[in-house]
Ligand binder design. Structure first.
Ligand code: COA
Length: 607
């Protein structure tokens, strides 16, 4: 996870100048390119469309530093004081936040131990391999990286699978933002569970949507066999990882791999399909069927090394491009490979920025325990934006949605934040504002706290109001879906019902979606459920018990931890770290501004 305290330059190697692709021609393609490619790879990749994608901008002559100094500091300052009338709600939220943050920290600590002490001993002492988190320290420029969905895989129907058996995240290598996918072999030999497949596919999606280099550290026993039916045959199962590798290569998204352990069966395709692969002597093996299967089929015993070790694949088969005699050498080699991507140095310009005027720690008291404990959203914004400055759009219209512009660590962003129910006027305002951002190529931050389902209409006029609101919300959904700019969603409270789609929920493909630990994700709010919804008017004697059972089920299923375990988001973040996470996501999404996307037709194929 982001650990600002751990931000330190690693070695002389990491002090090399950061790199980015050569031209600064802006090319905004974001999610649409990915979706189009997945549906029609041949046309999508070969056509001239990539160079002409809407949102392609010319280079600007005024530096962002100058723009920031010139304009941002004149935006009005938000009043972020917490009035005494709100104090009791603030205290109630704070108590709840402390409880959920404690649970979050406990789970995180557990997950960081991978498969546990015994498995780590077996992995490091017996098998002489490095623990996956130590590997990342050698690979990345900084110890600090954005870990994605660390709580994925907890409390699944098939048990706990810490971090889904595969760490994913985004960090810099030689200054270039890269997505990594690293098997944790201390979790059942690094075998792939259904949730592990989902996690890898999401990491690849992030790589495609944000055009990030992908790095695979493969150390896996292949499919977790008892669950093979849930991870082998379907479209979004294991094979999709290999399909994506080809598509990504055709999109000119470089992919590199390290074979740092076992690579069995389907897993053997991950490094073989990567554009450049390093295999480590003695610990890296790669084969479709391991020695036990060979023995069963031929009666002959062959050692893993002879069947598919580093020497064989570097000298004979060509499945690997580089031979490394140690783990350290392998990660150094990958860093060198990244430096051959022919990227120009990233502009060093660090934009000056002001801190918010109010303490981010107070966000814990603004994180609603319950939708009814929601305080005005501008109190949250005043703790996240540079100088607490906010250029509001349509301040007096549709006030249950707050829209406007601000900066996060010097990056200009458009903000769309729930401040009550998404009314007809609020939705129209949201549509208008989202289109403005798209028109001006400004990334959008959605602060989501949507209301639980409203009551059924009791009069014709109410029904009419519902219909017109529905129509306005549908327009906003269309505006959000089609906005060709990076979108980042932070669920700060409720993620309820259909309004959550309008606020760029998961199915609207934001570049990133994070939850605060107090967040609640559900169709309806279990706390407000007073009857069990029934078809017809049948008389139900056991309704009370049924209601209790339903409420308990919904309560468990609505928690942020339940959501994050199932990868409905990219992870839980602490409210006080939100500004840092957003700033880094903005930097990550900006990397593609500097990439040339030439009409490339073919993936790189291993010959
Ligand atoms: N499916 C289910 N469980 C598996 C597994 C698989 N494919 N591969 C390994 N495991 C389990 C082991 O049963 C063991 O479980 P335990 O901790 O409860 O005892 C755990 O993973 C670790 O395996 P172990 O063999 O003790 O560790 P290792 O580090 O010595 O070796 C492997 C790891 C992956 C090299 C080795 O287990 C192996 O070769 N597995 C079979 C791989 C295979 O044939 N896969 C085909 C998939 S289609």
């Amino acid at each position: 996870m982001w650990n600002p305290a751990a931000l330190c330059c690693r070695t002389a190697a990491s002090a090399r100048s950061p790199l980015l692709p050569r031209s600064h021609t802006l090319n905004r393609v974001f999610g649409r390119e990915y979706d189009a490619l997945c549906q029609q790879p041949a046309q999508g990749v070969q056509g001239e469309g990539l160079g002409r994608t809407p949102g392609v901008l010319p280079c600007r002559s005024v530096s962002s530093k100058a723009k920031y100094r010139q304009y941002a500091q004149t935006y009005p300052v938000l009043d972020g004081r917490i009035l005494s009338v709100y104090r009791h709600v603030f205290e109630e939220n704070l108590r709840n936040s402390e409880a959920v943050v404690k649970r979050y920290s406990e789970l995180l600590e557990m997950v960081r131990k991978g498969g546990g002490d015994k498995a780590i001993w077996r992995h490091t002492q017996r098998n002489k391999k490095m623990f996956v988190r130590e590997r990342l320290k050698l690979l990345l420029d900084h110890e600090s990286f954005l870990e994605l969905s660390p709580l994925a895989g907890l409390n699944m129907p098939y048990g706990d699978v810490p971090a889904a058996g595969c760490l994913t995240g985004i960090g810099r290598i030689c200054g270039v933002w890269c997505v990594f996918m690293a098997n944790d072999a201390t979790v059942k030999g690094g075998t792939i569970y259904p949730i592990g497949v989902k996690k890898q596919l999401r990491a690849q999606e992030i790589a495609m949507q944000n055009r990030l280099v992908a790095v695979y550290l493969v150390d896996s026993g292949g499919a977790f066999l008892p669950l093979q039916a849930e991870l082998f045959p379907d479209k979004s199962h294991g094979g999709r990882v290999f399909y994506n590798e080809a598509i990504m290569s055709a999109m000119r998204i470089p992919q590199v791999a390290v074979v740092c352990g076992s690579c069995v069966a389907g897993g053997a395709y991950v490094p073989t399909m990567a554009e450049e692969t390093v295999i480590i002597d003695k610990i890296g093996t790669l084969f479709l069927a391991g020695p036990p299967l060979v023995k069963a089929a031929t009666g002959e015993y062959v050692s893993p090394e002879d069947l598919g070790g580093a020497r064989l694949h570097s000298h004979v088969s060509g499945c690997s491009d580089h031979f490394a005699s140690s783990e350290k050498e392998a990660y150094e080699c990958i860093r060198n490979v990244i430096s051959t991507l022919n990227y120009d140095p990233l502009p060093e310009e660090a934009v000056e920025h002001d801190s918010p005027l109010y303490s981010p720690d107070e966000l814990l008291g603004l994180a609603p325990r319950d939708y009814r404990c929601t305080l005005p959203v501008k109190l949250i914004l005043s703790r996240l934006l540079d100088g607490s400055r906010f250029q509001e759009f349509k301040a007096n219209y549709g006030m249950t949605l707050v829209t406007g512009f601000g900066h996060v660590e010097g990056h200009l962003v458009g903000i769309v934040a729930n401040n009550g129910e998404l009314s007809h006027d609020a939705s129209l305002k949201g549509s208008h504002f989202v289109q403005l951002c798209s028109q001006r190529s400004i990334p959008i931050l959605f602060f989501q706290n949507t209301a639980p389902q409203t009551a059924e209409p009791t009069s014709t006029s109410q029904a009419e109001a519902h219909s017109s609101r529905l129509k306005a919300q549908a327009s906003m959904m269309a505006a959000v879906a089609c906005a060709a700019v990076p979108k980042i969603t932070i669920v700060v409270g409720g993620c309820f019902g259909s309004e959550s789609y309008v606020m760029c929920g998961r199915s609207f493909s934001p570049n990133f979606l994070f939850l605060w630990p107090n967040a609640r994700v559900a169709l309806v709010d279990s706390r407000h459920l007073s009857t069990v919804p029934q078809a017809g008017d049948s008389d139900h004697g056991g309704e009370e018990a049924e209601l209790k059972e339903l409420k308990e089920k919904l309560e468990e299923e609505s928690s942020a931890f339940y959501s994050s375990a199932r990868l409905w988001d990219d992870g839980i973040i602490l409210p006080q770290n939100t500004r840092k996470v957003i700033a880094d996501c903005l930097k990550i999404t900006e990397q593609q501004k500097y990439q040339v996307v030439s009409p490339c037709q073919h993936p790189v194929m291993r010959m």
